[in-house]
Design a protein around this ligand. Structure first.
Ligand SMILES: Nc1ncnc2c1ncn2[C@@H]1O[C@H](COP(=O)(O)OP(=O)(O)OP(=O)(O)O)[C@@H](O)[C@H]1O
Ligand SMILES: [Mg+2]
Length: 524
């Protein structure tokens, strides 16, 4: 996995720690050191650091706070660059030539940066940014780290929808030469993927279809890559020799050959294919992709999930299932399971009443119900529940409508070190599969696990943070194991949007080997 360095608003606090350390080091580079300026810088940064958590929370309602954070991030990067320059120069100078840069650095940019940071520190009072209590340790110790893997017993409702899809799948198609597609349409977080999973794993599907495949499509649509995944998924379903077929499918980039192999694999077989989370409206591409499925006598069925009705129609869906909100009683059960976590609801009549209102606000959206339930798990006082009920996250400005406001609330409840680790994941493109161990290493390399060296090693801490992000569904385990039976993790699209939003304006993305979307102020 090739990752690029990414720093954003949520990282600022850990960046500050690193700056403190490096500022202290400049003491040894005497030609560059100005004690008075360095001291003032440290004091200024400390005073800003105290209000960072509050600023991060308030930036969503107050554009001035957001701008303040962006400006701060910019100045901090300037400072980091300056420190880079100093250490490089100081090392090169060892025993060789004194470069003019030393005097220049000492006199001017340091002071200019100090002035700008002092100006920002002065603004924190005008913006009413407050110190937050040292909540990190407290919150972290109270968090449950149990993993919430999706299993059937934790799914509520959807019985009729599931039966409707299965009925479609087992029925004979009217037109044998055309692939039959059923599209599950619905809002982000409404449970489309979950429903498709329920169907995919149902025992009747094993009886009905000889081979099955699951492909995560997501926003980036690549004809060859998707054909490779589908081919590999079908082949490994058939023989379980994943390594062999992985090499075969992914080594070949010739679409015609891939399609031919796919067609051979499907010939004479009853197959089921799930294309999860389709965004692309490129009709020609879809026609091309589906060629091997419609050639000859087609005995297969395809399930598509999408947020967009137009996509469903471009795909040529035979049937459309509009996934609506969960029923009231199912919504309540889903919420109670997480919010009360095995406790008896009737013993908390005051919370039950507020809980019912919270559930009403979630509008039957499973993702919202689950997220809020998890947040409330650790809160047992009436005032905390009322705070969640009355919180204003529900009415965000239009510009943020893509990012689920409820998830943002979940993010804000994270301890700041976990926040930074999560924000780091903004480097991943949508639908990107990542490995747990590798991500923890990246966090470590970026120094995100450093300041927690209490009883845990960095790796153990990374493990705890990762598991917590899984337990609140920010990370989800992939549906199919990859080769060698390993499971990878992905972020829900809305969660990915959230990571990009909280990581601030400076961010990089991995896209193959290309780095995209680099805003003007991005450094490194
Ligand atoms: N019926 C249900 N009961 C319990 N939990 C559910 C149910 N449906 C969905 N969930 C949970 O809600 C979350 C969102 O569901 P899911 O990923 O299926 O949504 P989606 O509609 O596919 O979203 P997107 O459009 O972003 O892909 C998941 O954590 C899932 O486990
Ligand atoms: Mg989905």
């Amino acid at each position: 996995m090739a990752a690029q360095h990414s720093v954003g608003g949520a990282f600022l606090s850990s960046v500050f720690q690193e700056i403190h350390r490096r500022l202290a080091l400049t003491r040894y580079y005497r030609n560059y050191y100005d004690e008075e300026v360095a001291k003032k810088l440290e004091i200024t940064l400390s005073s800003i650091n105290e209000v960072l958590d509050d600023a991060e929370t308030k930036q969503y309602q107050n554009p001035d706070v957001k701008k303040w954070l962006d400006d701060l991030q910019h100045e901090v990067y300037e400072l980091e660059q300056l420190l880079d320059l100093i250490s490089t120069d100081a090392l090169q100078r060892k025993g060789t030539v004194q470069r003019f840069v030393s005097g220049f650095i000492k006199r001017s940019p340091y002071k200019v940066l100090l002035q700008r940071l002092q100006f920002l520190a002065g603004q924190k009072d005008i913006l009413r940014l407050q110190k937050e209590a040292t909540r990190d340790n407290h919150v972290w110790e109270n968090l449950s780290t149990t993993r919430s893997l999706v299993d059937e017993s934790s799914i509520y409702g959807r019985y009729h929808e599931k039966e409707e899809i299965i009925h479609f799948l087992v029925a004979n198609s009217d037109n044998d030469n055309q692939v039959s597609i059923i599209s599950i349409l619905g809002l982000g977080g409404m449970g489309k993927t979950t429903l498709a999973q329920l169907v995919f794993n149902d025992h009747r599907m094993t009886e009905q279809f000889e081979i099955k495949a699951w492909a995560d499509v997501s926003e980036s649509f690549d004809l060859v890559g998707l054909t490779q995944s589908i081919l590999w998924s079908f082949q490994s379903f058939q023989s379980h020799n994943e390594d062999f077929f992985f090499e075969q499918a992914f080594h070949n980039e010739d679409l015609e050959i891939l399609q031919h192999q796919l067609q051979q694999c499907l010939t004479g077989k009853r197959y089921l294919l799930v294309l999860d989370d389709i965004w692309s409206k490129d009709g020609n591409m879809w026609e091309h992709l589906l060629l091997p499925f419609s050639r000859g006598s087609s005995r297969g069925k395809v399930i598509v999930t999408t947020r967009d009705k137009e996509v469903a129609s471009i795909m040529g869906s035979t049937r459309l299932l509009h996934l609506k909100q969960l029923e009231e009683s199912d919504s309540w059960s889903l919420f109670v399971k997480d919010a009360f976590l095995g406790r008896n609801v009737v013993e908390y009549p005051n919370l039950e009443l507020i809980g019912k209102k919270i559930v009403e606000k979630c509008g039957g959206m499973p993702l919202a119900l689950k997220t809020l339930g998890i947040i409330l798990q650790t809160k047992l006082s009436q005032s905390e529940w009322v705070e969640i009920l009355e919180t204003d996250w529900w009415h965000l400005p239009k510009s943020n409508s893509n990012i689920n406001s409820i998830l943002r609330l979940s993010y804000l409840n994270l301890p700041s070190n976990v926040k930074r680790c999560f924000a780091y994941c903004s480097i991943f493109p949508k639908g990107y599969e990542f490995d747990k161990g590798e991500l923890i290493k990246l966090w470590m390399a970026d120094g995100l696990l450093k300041c927690w060296g209490r009883h845990n090693s960095e790796e153990e801490l990374g493990n705890e943070f990762f598991n917590h992000l899984v337990s609140i569904s920010f990370f989800q385990q992939s549906v199919m194991p990859t080769r060698a039976g390993k499971y990878y993790f992905i972020m829900h699209n809305i969660v990915n949007d959230l990571a990009k939003s909280v990581s601030g304006e400076s961010r990089l993305r991995i896209e193959g080997d290309n780095v995209q979307d680099i805003p003007e102020r991005t450094r490194h």
